[in-house]
Design a protein around this ligand. Structure first.
Ligand SMILES: [Cu+2]
Length: 124
């Protein structure tokens, strides 16, 4: 069930569809979960020289972004709408967030608020 939980976190709508399928099926097997799973698309971003790189990015819903701090200075990744926030990231620390739904997500480094970035989540 831990797998089902992570599926629900990463793909809430797909998880609902899978759940409906399970509830309707008299022949439930773990294979249903295995065939429903698709790899999560991932994109890597850098935090380097006091900037998010790329500063602006457009992704499809369900994409996971991973920020890596390449600076010697601690940084954070924190959205304006408080939908995600990292802890302080030391050198080479990573922060991941999966964007489930469409929208524009502005974020900053709370230590250096002049560091800004934006994620556009759009169906493609
Ligand atoms: Cu910073």
């Amino acid at each position: 069930m831990r797998y089902a939980f992570s599926l629900a976190v990463a793909y809430p709508f797909r998880a609902c569809a899978v759940l409906a399928l399970v509830l309707c099926s008299a022949f439930v097997t773990p294979a249903i979960f295995a065939t429903a799973a698709t790899p999560t698309p991932t994109v890597d971003l850098d935090i380097s020289k006091f900037a998010f790189t790329p500063k602006e990015i457009t992704i499809a819903p369900g994409t996971k972004l991973t920020w890596t701090n390449r600076d010697e200075t601690p940084h954070t990744v924190a959205s304006s709408d408080k939908s995600f926030a990292s802890k302080g990231l030391d050198t080479d620390d990573k922060f991941e967030h999966t964007f489930a739904s469409e929208g524009d997500f502005n974020y900053i480094c709370t230590v250096h608020p002049f560091m800004t970035g934006v994620v556009h989540v759009r169906k493609q």
